[in-house]
Design a protein around this ligand. Sequence first.
Ligand code: GLU
Length: 307
Amino acid sequence: MNHPVIGRFAPSPSGYLHMGNLLSMLLAWLDCRALGGELLFRMEDLDPARSKPEYIAALAGDLRWLGLDWDRGWPDPDYAQSRRTALYEEAFRQLEAMDLVYPCWCSRAERLAAASAPHPGEAEADGGCRCAHLSRAEREALLRSGRKPAWKLRCPDETIRVTDGHYGLYAQNLAREAGDCIIRRADGVFAYQLAVSVDDMQMGVTRVVRGRDLLSSAPRQRWLIETLGGTAPDYCHGPLISSGEGKLSKRLGSLSTRQLRQETKPDALVGRLAHLCGLIETEEPLTPRELLSVFSWDKVTRADIPL
Ligand code: GLU
C-alpha cells in the first residue's frame, strides 16, 4: 500500500518572505500537489526574540496572495512551534535517557542562534568543545554553580546518507562534519534541529521540500528522527536565489513580500520564479495551478540562481 504524501510549508516569522523563500514555498507546493499529497503549514515561531507578530500575521496572507493553499495547519495552534514545547521536552528526555545529551557552558552567542535554521553565514556547530568531555564531578560542580548551560546533542561518529530528491546522494559524518549541535538553549528555548525533527516526525511529514542551504541539516534530522523511533521523510532541496553584484540585482534579491506586493502581480511573480528556476523557458504570468501542468524536478536548476 502506498503511504499518503504529506508535505509542509515551515516558514519562520523572523522577517517578511523574500524571493528565495517564495521560490522554496512554490516548489514545496508544486511538489506536494503534483504528488496528490496533503500540505501542512507549520509556523516555526520557536524563538520568542526573533518571531514578531507582524511577520506571523503577514505569512499566511503572503502565501495566499501568491496563490499557494494548504490543507491544514496554521492558524490551528497545534501547528505553531511556540505551542509544542511539551513534545520537544518529551523528545529531549528520551535523548537524555539514551545518554545523548550533555550540558554546555560555552559562548552565549552560539546558543542564541540555535533556535533558527542554519542559513548561509550562520555558524551552528563549534567543532567540539571541552564540555563534551567534562568529568562527572566537573559537570556537577558547574551545574551547582547556578550558571545555566545550553544542552547539546552528542552526534555519533557515523556517516548518515540521505538521497535527496533533487541533489542526489548526500552523505555526512555527523560527529566529524556536522558536530554536536545545540538542542536547547540556556534560556530553555528548544533549538531548530530538535523542533523540526520532532515536528516532521509527529506530523507524519513524508516530503520535506526547502532551500538547499538546509541540505546539510538533513542527515542530522534523519538520524534524530530514527533515534526517536520515527520514520524520516524524503528530502528534496531546491536551488537558492543569490543576490548578484549589480545594484539592481541587490535590490531585487532583498525585496520582501511587502515591496513585491506593491510592485508586481502574483501571477507575474510566479512566472518570474518559474522562469528563474528553469521550469518555463519564457517568462510569462501564470498561476501556480497552471504551472503544475509543466512542473517536473528535472527542469529545475541545481545551481544557485543569481538575480
Ligand atoms: N523555518 C525554517 C526557515 O525558515 C525552515 C525549516 C525547514 O524547512 O526545515 O528557515
